[in-house]
Design a protein around this ligand. Structure first.
Ligand code: AMP
Length: 230
């Protein structure tokens, strides 16, 4: 099954995607990570998008749709993707739909992690990411220590777009461009709203329950189809 995780910056999309991949046979695809990698290895694309990202604006639909197209077309990813930070505009929604259809797939479930502006600011301002194990921490709310993080401290980095001004821009962009597309998934009946202000474990507990339910139904469905044939 493929799923999408929505939420403003700092809502916990990356953290929860990590929790999910540790327990389900799924892979996370974060357009933010893919784009940051382009900047890190200084590709032409990276140079083009750096200032856009540092201003909290959205990179063009064509760029992200192309990146995502390469991932969906890889047979190893068939029905295994968690889309984190994509789609972010209605045009990306349609492009994703078209791409998945082309490869005989669909989105089965959408999670929206709902948090208010104050939480966004606190979470994103305190975020540090390990560049080695990719775990996400928060210096105020979930600080890295010897128990929860085994890599050396030098690998911990703050994202350049996690500063007060850019966070506010990213939040505004989320509200104006991304939030409206939740309606689309709500009408399809696959949207699950989650209170993202809860503790990490509480949020994951809710997500896990929903995913297990859907997985069980998928098994029952396939078993039924199988039995029908014999
Ligand atoms: P994220 O890591 O998801 O917070 O994304 C960081 C930044 O990458 C965003 O503020 C945008 O500038 C850019 N970005 C990530 N995903 C997308 C997307 N689907 N469409 C456009 N821009 C994106």
């Amino acid at each position: 099954m493929n799923l999408v995780i929505f939420g403003p910056p700092g809502a916990g999309k990356g953290t929860q995607s990590n929790n999910i991949i540790n327990n389900f046979d799924l892979k996370q695809v974060s357009t933010g990570d893919l784009l940051r990698n382009e900047i890190k290895i200084q590709t032409d694309l990276g140079k083009k998008i750096e200032s856009i990202m540092n201003n909290g604006k959205l990179v063009s639909d064509d760029i992200v749709n192309t990146l995502i197209g390469k991932i969906i077309s890889n047979p190893k990813n068939l029905n295994k993707l968690i889309f984190d930070g994509y789609p972010r505009t209605i045009s990306q929604v349609y492009s994703l739909e078209k791409l998945l259809k082309e490869f005989n797939q669909k989105i089965s479930i959408v999670f929206s992690l709902n948090v208010d502006k104050d939480i966004v600011s606190k979470r994103a301002n305190g975020r540090v990411v390990c560049t080695r194990c990719f775990r996400i921490f928060n210096v105020y709310l979930n600080p890295p220590n010897s128990k929860n993080h085994k890599c050396e401290k030098k690998y911990l980095e703050k994202r350049t777009d996690d500063n007060s001004k850019t966070i506010l821009n990213r939040y505004k962009t989320y509200v104006s461009k991304t939030k409206p597309i939740l309606d689309y998934y709500s009408k399809k009946g696959i949207l699950h709203n989650i209170d993202g202000s809860q503790k990490i474990d509480e949020i994951y507990h809710e997500i896990k329950g929903i995913l297990k339910n859907i997985r069980d139904w998928h098994y029952v469905y396939f078993l039924y189809k199988f039995l029908e044939k014999i």
